[in-house]
Design a protein around this ligand. Structure first.
Ligand SMILES: [Zn+2]
Ligand SMILES: [Zn+2]
Length: 351
């Protein structure tokens, strides 16, 4: 066991502050990683403030962070996929049982025994797992990903959550050349959705409540940007979409979007509004449309996504911060004052 510098919150009302955590010495199949960058996901903030208490109560102190990019510094004797010096990433999961039907299908995110990168039981050291707001992490090689060398490491960090969360449902629902795809919301998830849909060859329409974001949507590669409050603009797109990715985590009217789907069109939710959404059945009946959810992606698909990003030069648009500015970054994230993801430069932790 060794000590690592980290940032932790001591309670639901505490600010994140410097803290020292134990990390295990790498066992046979483990990879020890020096963390270079860690993205800030909205769910970090939800967990820190115990806002998922009914589903996953937070155990304090909590060290969040599941958009990790780093460099391998040590490997266990049985590790075959990685060697010291490799550029690697770790996302939302660090372990699973490897034997259940979901694991067998490469869908570790649905394994009943899946271990999240932070705030999950730590079978090695007891207590809970600690995430990426830390100088290093030790992870079983099965959950370590390879980062293509041409990708900027800071911009690649958010691919582990925001990236795979948007890539996976688009693959599942067949977003390809010639399809018409909507992306609802232009934040951390939405801006990745635009980049992927465009790279898959789709005609991409962004829906936003802020007229100020229209120009940015086009810059990111969208073909059209619609202000969702303008009913006449929405009306023009009725019955025309093959697929809509809804990234909104606030309460909103999804019926307006379901009605934009064509025959057999699908709307997938990747945001998680706290309040249940009202769904008008007729919107689904007429046109045999479907409404789905999606949760990150399996390890093999996450690697596929990273390789795709390498081939197409795709990274997140990020604002790099020092870890000392983390609490201010949380406040700005709440105001959507970031284009489009904060990423912590972990070198600042050593300062
Ligand atoms: Zn996340
Ligand atoms: Zn499993």
């Amino acid at each position: 066991m060794y000590n690592a510098k980290a940032y932790a919150a001591a309670s639901a009302t505490s600010r994140l502050a410097p803290y020292t955590i134990p990390r295990r010495d790498p066992t046979a199949h483990d990879v020890q990683i020096d963390i270079l960058f860690c993205g800030i996901c909205h769910s970090d903030l939800h967990h820190v403030r115990d806002e998922f208490a009914s589903l996953m109560p937070t155990i304090y102190p909590i060290v969040p962070g599941h958009e990790i990019v780093g460099r391998v510094i040590k490997v266990g004797p049985a590790v075959t996929k990685f060697k010291p010096g490799d550029h690697v990433a770790v996302g939302c999961m660090v372990d699973s049982d490897g034997t259940c039907p979901s694991c067998q299908a490469g869908l570790e995110q649905f394994c009943p025994n899946m271990i999240l990168t932070f705030n999950s039981p730590d079978k090695h050291l007891g207590g809970v797992t600690y995430g990426g707001y830390s100088e290093s992490i030790v992870v079983d090689e099965r959950f370590v990903l390879r980062v293509p060398a041409n990708l900027d490491p800071a911009g690649a960090a958010p691919l582990q959550c925001a990236g795979i969360t948007t890539y996976s449902p688009m693959r599942r629902w067949g977003v390809t050349q010639g399809k018409k795809v909507g992306v609802v919301g232009l934040g951390g998830l939405g801006h990745m959705g635009v980049k992927f849909a465009k790279a898959f060859g789709a005609h991409v329409v962004v829906f936003t409540t802020s007229p100020g974001k229209q120009e940015d949507a086009l810059r990111l590669g969208a073909d059209e940007a619609v202000v969702s409050r303008h009913a006449d603009e929405m009306q023009k797109h009725i019955g025309s979409f093959d697929f809509i990715l809804d990234t909104i985590s606030a309460d909103h009217d999804i019926n307006a979007y379901i009605n934009l789907l064509r025959l057999d069109g699908n709307l997938t939710l990747v945001g998680a509004p706290a309040k249940p959404l009202a769904v008008a059945a007729f919107g689904l009946l007429f046109g045999r449309r479907s409404l789905s959810g999606s949760l990150i992606g399996g390890i093999a698909e996450t690697q596929e996504m990273l390789d795709f990003c390498g081939e197409h030069g795709i990274t997140a648009d990020v604002e790099v911060i020092k870890i000392q500015d983390i609490n201010e970054a949380y406040e700005r994230m709440l105001r959507s004052d970031v284009k489009y993801r904060f990423v912590i430069d972990m070198a600042s932790l050593k300062a």
